[in-house]
Design a protein around this ligand. Structure first.
Ligand SMILES: NC(=O)c1ccc[n+]([C@@H]2O[C@H](COP(=O)([O-])OP(=O)(O)OC[C@H]3O[C@@H](n4cnc5c(N)ncnc54)[C@H](OP(=O)(O)O)[C@@H]3O)[C@@H](O)[C@H]2O)c1
Length: 271
């Protein structure tokens, strides 16, 4: 799908870098990628680190590209889009993909005009190592072919699915914020190992690999997590004893409410 397409990444922070790194690893030549940053210090650092052209001139880079991925903070999206429109950088109607939390495709379409196809994507930081999760939804002028282009961009960075835009704030609170939730859980479980005498690095390695394995079991078997849990819990055994202790701490509602809260805050970011 990407053939000779040129890709612009606007904003070269955590996610911009995760996407650039992932695209380069997937075989997109550096000559077909350009990025931008707000400051010269970031642009110089990115050019050196990734071997791509990184400038501070959004309009020039967008004019050059067939596909533009907006990776600036939600609060900067409006200003960046107004500037691109004013400088006529979008007259060739490139595919515009925004990864900004809480910013709807309609908000962007209202600024850039009805001819520019807009997709909203929500990736996460594990894209950096090819283990990401990206969800995409179509704006009013985007087609299935545009979704396939997004699939070609994000699939090498991990899993990819399309959903209706009404789900995107929930997706943000779940798979985009989620890595941070899991890091907290990994740290806390490792604390348990440390409390029992394991060195910190050993405890962390055990938890991280266990987490990887458990997640892979869910994806590979397609079984309900409760069924997989039952496979581990011998009657009157140690695992069910541990689970009851977790349930006493209301672990399920705490985690579910964490997602709900993050999703509500995500929805407010664009307002
Ligand atoms: N972090 C996550 O886990 C995550 C996950 C999914 C989606 N997102 C979304 O991804 C977007 C970026 O988040 P982030 O965490 O990558 O932010 P970040 O690390 O703060 O990076 C923002 C980047 O945007 C650049 N920038 C700011 N204003 C600009 C402008 N006018 N023109 C060009 N570049 C500009 C900054 O340049 P300087 O470095 O020069 O200041 C910086 O490189 C957000 O909208 C967020 O909602 C984030």
């Amino acid at each position: 799908m990407l053939e000779d397409k040129k890709i612009a990444i606007i904003g070269s922070g955590t996610m911009g870098q995760a996407i650039v790194g992932g695209l380069l690893r997937s075989g997109i030549p550096a000559a077909r990628l350009k990025s931008t940053a707000r400051t010269r210090s970031t642009s110089e650092k990115i050019s050196e680190q990734f071997g791509i052209e990184c400038s501070i001139h959004n309009d020039e880079v967008v004019r050059w590209a067939d596909i533009t991925i907006l990776c600036v903070k939600p609060k900067d999206v409006e200003k960046v889009c107004i500037d691109l429109k004013k400088k006529e950088a979008l007259v060739h109607n490139p595919l515009l993909i925004s990864i900004a939390a809480g910013i709807s495709t309609g908000f962007i379409e209202n600024i850039v005009g009805s001819d520019t196809p807009v997709l909203r994507a929500m990736p996460n930081t594990p894209c950096f190592i090819g283990k990401g999760m990206t969800v995409v939804s179509k704006g009013a002028n985007a087609t299935d072919e545009h979704v396939e282009i997004a699939r070609a961009i994000f699939s090498p960075l991990g899993r990819f699915i399309e959903l209706e835009e009404k789900h995107m704030d929930t997706v943000t609170g779940l798979s985009a914020s989620g890595p941070a939730f899991i890091y907290v859980i990994i740290e806390a479980l490792a604390d348990g190992g440390v409390m029992r005498g394991l060195p910190r690095n050993v405890a962390t390695e055990l938890v991280a690999q266990m987490t990887l394995g458990a997640a892979a079991m869910v994806l590979a078997t397609g079984k309900h997590p409760a069924a997989l849990k039952d496979d581990v819990t011998t009657p009157a055994g140690c695992t069910i004893a541990g689970i009851l202790a977790l349930e006493d701490g209301r672990i399920r509602s705490v985690l579910a409410r964490g997602v709900e809260t993050a999703a509500k805050v995500a929805a407010e970011l664009g307002k």
